[in-house]
Ligand binder design. Structure first.
Ligand SMILES: [Zn+2]
Length: 384
């Protein structure tokens, strides 16, 4: 497969529907249009749906009948309006009609999963401790948390979305995930064979940025999410499309040298990697030596500045308007954020500070789970 094909596979297509629709795809495309509209605008009458999609009333009536039959949409009572005349029946997403399973394998201690209805509301949560499991044992733990979630589901399941650490290709094969001891693990197939359901697996940070774009408070289509934990990784959406490299190493910025090579020792054996400057273990260890609030504040601002130095060329090159940080808010949410923002504004040649937003995620720990929901909705219903 050519690299250009890969780049347009999967979620990217759903985020920014392709302009050319082949005849055989028209119906699926129109279904997606209707569902996307209802997700974005809330309940609407058939007439309003026809107007907004520029499809005929007849086509909309047929599609809506089909979607009601399949329990993807539902009719509500007439619109509550005081104006005289016949009142329209409202069409809405049938939240109780289907559920999906969202899986977050990015935790340090536990794998988490949630049963989520197709309205995006969490119905059930569960988790399985990792207990240091590696290789096949870690796969077994991942399957265990999915089994647990399936047992809790109370409606037909649309599919499973998984955010996993590591370098993951478009087929859902984990090429490498050091923390879990995985090399060339076909996670998607393992889960699909176990469950018989459609499965999408993607890198956890790429999944998290999808969540910011769909569920977070971002209007922009040009976003980078930087996740800071033991390691540092980034996920990027440019022009509304998930940015993927042909080799799937996109966003792996943790071991980029920041500065001239002088700096804290990194676990990779080199010095002054971004991860060595701003990773949670380094921040926590350094803060333990600082007693005064002034020292702690200055340290965190300096650490944030290193992130700003690393991000400035990326933000400018890709013309990004939103930078979102994900990680412990007590470390990242105050002086660190200020230091990163100041440095970024200065180094990325941003004229108007309003043109560049840098803030913490509003989705907290759930950003991978919600991104996994986006994977299922976009993969199965063509909406995001
Ligand atoms: Zn390193």
């Amino acid at each position: 497969m050519a690299s250009t094909d890969r780049r347009h596979a999967g979620v990217a297509r759903a985020l920014r529907p392709s302009t050319k629709v082949l005849p055989g795809q028209a119906r699926a495309h129109n279904r997606s249009l209707v569902l996307q509209l209802l997700y974005r605008e809330g309940p609407m009458s058939r007439a309003d749906i026809a107007r907004s999609t520029e499809l005929t009333r007849v086509t909309i009536s047929d599609l809506v009948a089909e979607l009601i039959d399949e329990r993807f949409v539902i009719e509500h009572g007439p619109r509550d309006e005081s104006r005289p005349g016949k009142r329209a029946t409202m069409i809405d997403i049938d939240r109780a009609g289907h559920q999906m399973i969202a899986v977050d394998l990015s935790g340090d201690d536990a794998f988490r999963a949630a049963v989520v209805n197709i309205g995006g509301e969490v119905v059930e949560r569960c988790e399985v401790p990792i207990d240091g499991a590696q290789g096949p044992d870690a796969v077994a733990q991942a399957l265990a948390v999915i089994d647990d979630a399936r047992a809790r589901a109370s409606a037909p399941l649309l599919g499973i979305g998984v955010g996993s650490p590591g370098v993951i290709d478009d087929l859902g094969i984990v090429r490498v995930a050091v923390s879990l001891g995985w090399t060339d693990v076909n996670l998607r197939t393992a889960i699909a064979e176990r469950t018989g359901l459609p499965v999408t697996v993607m890198n956890d940070v790429n999944v998290a940025v999808l969540a910011e774009h769909s569920f977070g408070q971002i209007e922009s289509d040009d976003v980078i999410l930087v996740r800071i934990g033991h390691g540092v990784g980034a996920g990027v959406i440019v022009g509304g499309v998930t940015f993927r490299g042909s080799r799937f190493w996109d966003g792996e910025i943790g071991h980029v040298t920041v500065g001239t090579g002088e700096g804290p020792l990194c676990r990779c054996g080199r010095s002054a990697c971004l991860e060595a400057w701003v990773g949670v273990p380094h921040l926590t260890a350094e803060l333990e030596h600082l007693s005064s609030e002034t020292e702690r504040s200055a340290f965190l601002r300096d650490a944030g500045a290193y992130l700003g130095i690393a991000l400035a060329p990326i933000v400018r090159t890709l013309d990004l308007t939103d930078v979102v940080l994900s990680g412990p808010p007590e470390l990242l949410g105050g002086d660190f954020l200020v230091g990163a923002h100041d440095t970024l504004l200065e180094r990325a040649m941003v004229g108007d500070p309003d043109e560049l937003s840098l803030r913490m995620t509003t989705l907290g720990h759930d950003n991978v789970l919600f991104g996994a929901v986006v994977l299922v909705l976009s993969g199965q219903l063509g909406v995001s």
